[in-house]
Design a protein around this ligand. Structure first.
Ligand code: G4P
Length: 530
């Protein structure tokens, strides 16, 4: 329940997300970060959610009980005088645009990799989004307590697949059955499992003077130490050394080894975020960039969640604060519409609760309850005509016609599709010819979620039919050229919610054929919303 809270101090902020492939350990790591940060007090609180999410039916149930997913959308914890805002990116296999957009609201990311699996498909996709915005990435190689690919193979894979410089910041003394601890290369200390049966780390760490320190002989088996010395030396010589600027530019990733399950490397990861991860960055905007130390408040909406409580038609717009000190009750201008929004009940999101925020600082995320006025991509300022840029719409990979079981429900269907398009979980197109709406999604699971939410939240029975098209592109270019193109391709044209022209193609082959024949038209896979 919402209740006023003491104001967060203007401490430094680290606003970040975790990117990973399902099962790499994101939920476990999130939980450990929150535990170490004192935001939750028992293992299992985040985990229960992760497990439920993995089962498809449960996941949908959870999506319907919006309360759970909203409180976990942003998790804030404090440590070493720093406020960490961890933004959740949904972990299921299908993507929604929501996932991508969340990454536009962070200043850095932690990439979690399963030591046995290396870089997997979803990690790669999410990484590409980070790269578009030069989001700096810290890599956490998880599950070193299990047999893995080996440190060198993992580092090489990251370097090759992501075309990044890699810099090992720690090195495991053995993996799997031979795991004896982790050597912190940056600080020269050895982290070891506790002696008790849990095998958890529990703070057992030994500072040493370096890898040559004889003290290590009493701490590791002869075999493990010999291997560690060899490997760590090679690793330090063979890869880039840490360079803060290169990391912050998104060109180099520092790599930490650990085990979220056994608490290994988690503290080091928090230290790394505190020490290296960038504070709130300047944000691209038109006509000028916005710096976090400006005094006037400004921010952008990167996510809208409707129907968090099915009893009330409330929505929460998530605003990333980019500049200024936000205070409760402030009046902000919605750029483009001329509307003024009085923010009386801004929400801050803690690990388990939402709380009323009295104030917030750049890098913070606040939730603004509203009745549909605020849309993804909106800029809010104290009056200055600014527009934050770079929040993309992605070309859908699956297009379906919507079939309504009861034709008297057209209006409800339109509202529902509008709401969900606003949330960014799908796109809706209106074809130039014909009256059936077309929905576009980037993953199959979203279609199932749509059907289920249409029934549960809007009492609309609808289904999807195949459409003749497979993919869509925004059509851009000079007005005259576009006009001609529209006239020639009317049967394959549609408009998106903003009235922008969209060309729908049967497949990529057709798209490239049409592209070749119309060299003056630009077919865009993303549309900048802001
Ligand atoms: P996700 O959110 O990225 O999908 O992953 P999640 O944290 O749910 O972890 C996926 C599985 O990997 C879980 O096992 C979890 O316990 C395990 N795991 C996470 N971190 C580590 C680690 O450092 N070492 C080891 N050995 N395992 C780890 P599960 O079998 O699906 O669940 P459970 O039966 O363990 O509860």
């Amino acid at each position: 329940m919402a209740s006023p809270t003491s104001s967060p101090k203007s401490s430094p902020r680290r606003t970040f997300a975790i990117i990973s492939h399902p099962d790499a350990g994101k939920t476990t790591l999130t939980e450990k970060l929150l535990l170490f940060g004192g935001a939750i007090h028992a293992a299992g609180e985040v985990r229960a959610r992760g497990q439920a999410r993995r089962a498809r039916s449960d996941w949908m149930k959870i999506e319907q009980q919006r309360g759970i997913s909203v409180t976990s959308s942003v998790m804030t914890f404090e440590r070493q005088g720093i406020t960490f805002n961890l933004l959740d990116t949904p972990g299921h296999e299908d993507f929604s645009e929501d996932t991508y957009r969340t990454l536009t609201a962070v200043d850095s990311a932690v990439m979690v990799i399963d030591a046995a699996r290396g870089i997997e498909a979803q990690t790669l996709k999410l990484f590409e989004v980070c790269r578009l915005r030069n989001v700096p990435i810290i890599t956490f190689v998880n599950k070193v307590d299990r047999e893995g690919l080996g440190g060198f193979a993992l580092l090489d894979e990251i370097a090759d697949k992501l075309a990044l410089d890699v810099c090992p910041m720690s090195w495991p003394a053995g993996m799997g059955g031979e795991f004896e601890g982790i050597y912190d290369l940056a600080r020269d200390r050895l982290h070891m499992p506790a002696d008790d049966a849990t095998g958890a780390y529990e703070g057992r760490q030994e500072p040493v003077s370096g890898l040559d320190d004889a003290k290590l002989e009493g701490l590791l088996s002869e075999q493990a130490l010999a291997k560690l010395r060899d490997e760590a030396e090679l690793a330090q010589g063979g890869y880039a050394s840490f360079d803060l600027e290169a990391y912050r530019a998104g060109d180099l990733t520092p790599v930490y080894f650990g085990s979220a399950l056994k608490d290994f490397g988690v503290e080091q990861l928090i230290e790394a975020l505190a020490e290296h991860a960038p504070p709130p960055r300047a944000q691209p905007a038109e006509p000028r960039e916005v710096k976090p130390d400006e005094t006037a408040v400004s921010g952008f909406i990167f996510k809208v969640q409707a129907n968090m409580n099915p009893q009330h038609r409330d929505r929460i717009a998530f605003m990333r604060l980019c500049a200024g000190r936000f205070r409760r009750g402030m009046k902000l201008s919605q750029i483009g519409t001329g509307k003024t929004i009085a923010v009386h009940s801004p929400l801050l999101f803690m690990a388990r609760d939402r709380e009323l925020a009295d104030e917030a600082y750049p890098g913070d995320i606040i939730g603004i309850p509203n009745h549909g006025t605020l849309r993804v991509g909106d800029t809010l300022t104290e009056g200055e005509e600014l527009r934050f840029t770079g929040l993309p719409n992605f070309a859908p990979e699956i297009l379906r016609r919507v079939r309504l079981a009861d034709p008297t429900k057209t209006k409800q269907l339109r509202n529902a599709l509008n709401d969900m398009a606003e949330e960014g979980i799908m796109q809706v197109f209106h074809p130039s010819i014909g009256s059936q709406w077309i929905v576009g999604v980037v993953g199959q699971l979203q279609l199932e979620v749509l059907i289920s939410r249409l029934q549960a939240e809007y009492k609309v029975d609808a289904g999807f039919e195949p459409s003749p098209w497979d993919t869509a592109r925004w059509v851009m270019g000079e007005a005259k050229v576009i006009e001609g193109f529209l006239a020639d391709h009317r049967s394959a044209m549609a408009e998106d919610r903003d009235g922008a022209p969209v060309f729908m193609a049967k497949d990529l082959w057709e798209l490239s054929y049409v592209q070749q024949r119309n060299p003056d038209v630009r077919f865009a896979a993303t549309k900048d919303r802001r």
